[in-house]
Design a protein around this ligand. Structure first.
Ligand SMILES: NC(=O)c1ccc[n+]([C@@H]2O[C@H](COP(=O)([O-])OP(=O)(O)OC[C@H]3O[C@@H](n4cnc5c(N)ncnc54)[C@H](OP(=O)(O)O)[C@@H]3O)[C@@H](O)[C@H]2O)c1
Length: 243
């Protein structure tokens, strides 16, 4: 059996999740990740890292698909040291005209799925009195953005979950934190118009959109002993756009 603490990471097939998986692996963690579809990028990471990377299929919107993922990882891979709730979708549109099914889907994936996955994982962590949960939130949950009311609600919900769960699990030495990125260069922001993109860059003191690499260091910090006394916090990483 290969060594290294195990991180369960939702949505590692592309975007931020893929970069997080690569950084975690490079830092000595073993990674179990799932998404609705596998990706070529994950396949090549698998070829590079072998047994240290476990790739599964699962849907955050399907509660029944989450339980087997957690069971399989714990049974065949090892105890989950950390959960990174990263999978998420963002549909832009005015709330007044957004189809209810689209709102419900965003809530199911970004918020309910994250809660249900955390529920399954922290049950294991409670028994061991150790572990860490990191929720990937967004500055949109704190500041809002026209056209992202439903998405914003899911991310504000995640921040609330982070604080409440940190209180609930502190005495078991399980830490729960969130990272709220600003706008990142991933497929999720492909929907931005050129005007929106220019406006974001203009308003960002550091003068650019973020990259997934800008987030990875904080994830590693939150999984390291250097953050042993930090829980219940949301870390904003946004080039200063909300300052
Ligand atoms: N990009 C940004 O500017 C930005 C800013 C702030 C916060 N965030 C947050 O960062 C996280 C990652 O975003 P990203 O930019 O990397 O997005 P992305 O490039 O669209 O990747 C999303 C990942 O989540 C997976 N996913 C989506 N729906 C899923 C479902 N129902 N079940 C399981 N996996 C699912 C996707 O794989 P499949 O589609 O194959 O399932 C993919 O691996 C999200 O929570 C997002 O809200 C992003």
């Amino acid at each position: 059996m290969s060594e290294g603490p195990i991180v369960l990471l939702s949505g590692g097939s592309r975007g931020l999740g893929l970069v997080l998986a690569r950084h975690l692996l490079a830092s000595g963690f073993r990674v179990a990740t799932f998404s609705r579809k596998p990706s070529d990028a994950l396949d090549s990471a698998r070829a590079e890292h072998g047994e240290k990377l476990r790739v599964m299929v699962g849907d955050m919107a399907d509660a029944d698909s989450l339980r087997p993922i957690v069971s399989e990882v714990e049974r065949d891979f090892g105890p989950i040291e950390a959960l990174v709730n990263n999978a998420g979708i963002a549909h832009a549109g005015l709330l007044a005209t957004m189809p209810p099914a689209e709102i419900e889907r965003m809530i199911a994936i970004n918020l309910t799925g994250a809660l249900l996955l955390a529920r399954l994982v922290v049950r294991k962590m409670i028994v061991r009195s150790r572990g860490s949960v990191i929720n990937i939130s967004s500055i949109i949950g704190q500041r809002g953005y026209s056209g992202l009311a439903a998405y914003s609600a899911t991310k504000a919900g995640l921040d609330g979950m982070t604080r409440a769960l940190a209180r609930e699990l502190g005495e078991r030495q399980i830490r729960v934190n969130a990272i709220a990125p600003g706008y990142l260069e991933t497929e999720l922001t492909d929907e931005l118009t050129e005007t929106q993109r220019e406006q974001i860059v203009r308003r960002t003191p550091l003068g650019r959109l973020g990259t997934a690499e800008d987030i990875a260091g904080t994830v590693l910090f939150l999984l390291s002993p250097a953050s042993a006394f930090i829980t219940g916090q949301t870390f904003v990483i946004d080039g200063g756009i909300t300052c």
